[in-house]
Design a protein around this ligand. Structure first.
Ligand SMILES: CC(C)(COP(=O)(O)OP(=O)(O)OC[C@H]1O[C@@H](n2cnc3c(N)ncnc32)[C@H](O)[C@@H]1OP(=O)(O)O)[C@@H](O)C(=O)NCCC(=O)NCCS
Length: 163
């Protein structure tokens, strides 16, 4: 299946057909969530032949550090930025056809063009499909305990250094 990934025009996500999919996957809160340290926010949607999206991914560009309560991590006085994926999903009827992988690859490529040092996300312990997908793409795993979830983790992929 040929898959194309496009960014949903900024500020119009709730008016876009992708919103029904986000709602169906129960991830609307994670798409609406904002924080003062977010520098920009982006929603990517995957398509095949038709006009309706098959999956989505939302990431923000932010300094490394503040979302875990740390000060911004700096290099020679400059804050280091990352892309953080806050929401990501493909409905069951479209799974195991490469849609999720295409969305992650598009997010990785976009993060590189936005000057990010790394791309990162948190996954709860129950999201084992996502764990498999992330390892296949080469992400490192950093386990973390959150409340009673002892199998959750951060996935982090360093991006190639820019010139
Ligand atoms: C995670 C998710 C987005 C993957 O979407 P997808 O389109 O099915 O992913 P892909 O088809 O690109 O799968 C890529 C690889 O991931 C792994 N994978 C995906 N689903 C899997 C499953 N159910 N069991 C084992 N491995 C799985 C496989 O290695 C797969 O490659 P393969 O099909 O060649 O074996 C989808 O399962 C999903 O929406 N899950 C629920 C929400 C979620 O976990 N979101 C992420 C955290 S917020």
């Amino acid at each position: 299946m040929e898959i194309q990934v496009r960014e949903v025009p900024g500020g119009h996500v709730e008016d876009d057909p992708v919103w029904a999919l986000i709602d169906e996957l129960g991830q609307s809160d994670w798409v609406r969530f904002t924080a003062g340290f977010h520098l920009s926010s982006h929603v990517l949607a995957a398509y095949s032949a038709g006009p309706l999206p098959l999956g989505f991914c939302r990431y923000v560009v932010q300094p490394v550090g503040p979302d875990t309560g740390c000060p911004p991590f700096t290099l020679q006085g400059q804050a280091v930025h990352e892309a953080k994926i806050l929401a990501f999903g493909v409905p069951e009827r479209w799974r195991r056809r490469g849609v999720g992988t295409a969305l992650q690859r598009a997010a990785i490529a976009a993060a590189g063009t936005k000057g990010c040092h790394q791309i990162r996300s948190h996954s709860s312990g129950e999201n084992v499909e996502n764990h498999q997908l992330k390892l296949r793409l080469g992400f490192a795993v950093h386990p973390i305990v959150r409340d009673d979830d002892v199998r959750g983790c951060y996935f982090i992929l360093p991006l190639p250094p820019r010139g």
